[in-house]
Design a protein around this ligand. Structure first.
Ligand code: ADQ
Length: 458
């Protein structure tokens, strides 16, 4: 059996990230053998070689980004250009001349290190927007392997691609992957639209793309979670997230990295609006857990400041001596506590303005007690909404609509809650993490290039 080589920006080290993605890739690597390549979290000096990280049955190979690479490739091109571009926020793009060369240089450096490690029959699976050009760099070094790519964030809108330096290289780069995996059918449609608009590419009768002498397949693989493990954690009542103070009588929960794409200011405003509209006698709370990320990027600092202002304003308006409507916690919470928190809550709030999938939506559903479930309020702009149509879908830009959905979630009759939850759970189970990784690897290795019928007409 050919080995699997996984490449992601960050190498999961220790047990810090036991999310579904990591578990799914662990399982795939355990099954096939191979290695996982990624960067250490801390910057250092470039030794030109990978370091073996002990502690797994398969190899983990780490490299260090230099401080200059962190600034130009990671915080710069990846997170100040590509992240906002993919999330339809070109207004948030900030570019300096050193970002693009810095991004290309990291992809070239990594390709050289990978080329020295791989065998000719290895399957290579590259993750996310940090590595759009990696396959092309590997091909230049003579790699003929099957190389797949999975984009965790939304596929960019065609017209926004013009914001990139050398925009014509974007399609040419990703065409070097044999398989391009995207989260949703909407993402596939946007990717095909880009290829269709490009005079250099041809859509073949089986739905794959011919670009120069390369043929690539584009498909959706909606990512999921390890449902059984998450459910077990949620059911374990040893981890009481509220300690001796007890849970609020009615509360909604939000769990996100503190990112401007997650629609947190709109969520806080909608909760404030809900407090204005509803009878707040039973003192509902919003518990928002949002650890800061990428604070070196100014857009992240701005949204943090905005949220602190909104929390102060809304709490100032509504709080009582014994009631704080918004509890805004700027820290990460251990997974078992998080799972328990979802289970105890009456409403899960996901209000992203754009989101590849959003695993919190799936975790919330998996954590519920099917006999007495909480209700998921889900943004139409999260990838999860494409299949989880029985959540309360909202337009997060519409503050009143979101406020009404929070009210509907808190007051929904038990029968309707059960019915909606069962339908959402069916989606979460059908698209779990192992199904995601297995189907991607199977298609990558089997050279299947047929698109689904709906993709042919997209
Ligand atoms: P993210 O943008 O990080 O992922 P998401 O899918 O919601 O978003 O995953 C976040 C994960 O981190 C979840 O497992 C969640 O439980 C955990 N998490 C978030 N906040 C936490 C906190 N405060 N404490 C502890 N854990 C926390 C990107 C894309 C998504 C896509 C995923 C996977 O942006 O759209 O779903 O990759 O492909």
């Amino acid at each position: 059996m050919s080995r699997l080589v996984v490449i992601s920006n960050r190498l999961p080290i220790g047990d810090a990230s036991s999310g579904g993605l990591v578990v799914a890739l662990h399982d795939a690597l355990e099954k096939r053998g191979g290695c996982w390549i990624g960067a250490y979290p801390e910057a250092g000096s470039d030794t030109g070689k990978f370091e073996d990280v002990e502690g797994s049955h398969y190899r983990k190979l780490a490299f260090r980004l230099t401080q200059n690479e962190v600034e130009n490739y990671y915080l710069g091109f990846a997170n100040s250009v590509l992240w906002p571009l993919c999330h339809r926020r070109v207004d948030r793009v900030s570019m300096t001349p050193s970002y693009w060369p810095g991004y290309k240089a990291v992809n070239q450096r990594l390709a050289k290190m990978i080329a020295a490690e791989i065998r000719s029959d290895d399957l290579i699976w590259v993750h996310d927007y940090h590595f759009f050009p990696l396959a092309r760099e590997l091909r230049k070094l003579g790699a003929h392997n099957r190389i797949g790519f999975f984009l965790h964030v939304p596929f960019p809108v065609l017209s926004d691609l013009s914001i990139l330096p050398e925009p014509e290289t974007f399609a040419a780069n990703i065409a070097h992957y044999d398989l391009i995996g995207l989260q949703t059918r909407g993402d596939v449609a946007r990717c095909l639209e880009m290829f269709r608009a490009d005079y250099r590419s041809e859509l073949l009768s089986d739905g794959s793309i011919k670009f120069g002498d390369r043929i690539t397949t584009v498909r959706s693989f909606p990512i999921g979670i390890d449902v059984a493990a998450f459910r077990t954690e949620a059911q374990c009542d040893e981890s009481n997230p509220f300690g001796s103070s007890g849970a609020p009588e009615k509360f909604a929960v939000g769990v996100d990295r503190l990112d401007y794409t997650k629609g947190l200011p709109n969520r806080f405003k909608a909760f404030g609006r809900y407090l204005e509209l509803c009878d707040s006698e039973n003192r509902p709370c919003l518990i928002q857990i949002a650890p800061p990320t990428r604070q070196e990027v100014s857009a992240y600092q701005e949204v943090t400041d905005e949220l602190q202002g909104l929390t102060g304003k809304i709490n100032g308006q509504f709080a009582e001596l014994d009631w704080t409507p918004i509890r805004f916690i700027n820290r990460s919470v251990p997974r078992p506590k998080l799972a328990r928190l979802y289970r105890l809550s009456h409403c899960g709030l996901v209000t992203s303005l754009a989101d590849g999938m959003n695993l919190v939506a799936k975790e919330f559903v998996a954590a519920q007690d099917g006999e007495d479930p909480g209700v998921l309020v889900l943004s139409r702009f999260a990838g999860a909404a494409e299949d989880m149509t029985d959540a309360l879908l909202v337009n997060p830009y519409d503050i009143d609509e979101t406020a009404r959905a929070i009210h509907a979630a808190f007051t929904m009759p038990l029968g309707e809650r059960r019915e909606r939850h069962a339908k959402c759970l069916e989606v979460v189970e059908r698209t779990d993490a192992s199904h995601w990784s297995e189907s991607f690897v199977n298609i990558l290795k089997s050279r299947i290039s047929m698109l689904e019928p709906w993709e042919m007409t997209a």
